[in-house]
Design a protein around this ligand. Sequence first.
Ligand code: ZN
Ligand code: ZN
Length: 306
Amino acid sequence: MTHGHESSTAVIAERLPSEPTGTEFPSAHWRAKSGISVRFWGVRGSLACPQPELARYGGNTSCVEMRCGDRLLVFDAGTGLRALGALVEAGGPTDADIFFSHFHIDHVYGLPFFAPIYEPATRLRLWGGNLLPARRIEQAIGQMMSEPLFPIGLDAFKAGIEFHDFHAGDVLKPHPGVVLRTAPLNHPGGATGYRLEYAGSSVAYITDTEHCPGSLDRNVLELARGVDLMIYDCNYTEQEYAAHRDWGHSTWQQGVRLANAADAKLLALFHHDPAHDDAMLDRIGSEAKSQRAATVVAAEGMRLRF
Ligand SMILES: [Zn+2]
Ligand SMILES: [Zn+2]
């Protein structure tokens, strides 16, 4: 099944001056509607990678900004969060929700480098769905920010911070008109997938999840059903996956199968392996697009609007 230009998907893709030139954006056949805008600040899995041969897609770890009207929603606080912090700090007092897929360090390490968190006027709500009942968000972040691993503790944050631990599967309604459906993912220690719905648009953020070869994860299908954008853990190729069973990650080929089955309008390959340089991601992108035209390889700086 090929999803391509016949799709009625509404998306405008924009390219910043600094954005990668090798990344293709769908454009001609896509029509706009106001809803959710998405910007990728970190697309890398596991470890930040500053090497020049990875620079075009970007080396920062998971962080995706989504705007619903004037609401700022951030998915994961990987190292990409630092640059987002500089941008929002320049725009006056920050009010944001940060939704964590889980608390592995590549998804959390940007938090102490998010400048607005040191401003008393900042209001943050941190959401996580994989820790209860044994742990709490506050405890997990406090553990990362403790001697001898980190020089300052949570008490250094001056922002007003609310911690919202929930159970993956809950439906979150943080603001009028903003709905997040959630589901548990298959990852060591657990992870949470999100489906954001706002003003008739929808985006699924599904990372750090391993598939069961030969079957389609029902939780993932439900989150991604008919969405405008499905962001999915495509850490491995199918060939690499054979040597990485039980590591908690999926493949771009499985992403294509899931996106097709869920009838997602656009698929974004995400959580790139640190071993995948720009040339390899170019190859993966063109192979994936030959199977499913409505596919993009997520890159730092990429912006999409639905
Ligand atoms: Zn990760
Ligand atoms: Zn993880």
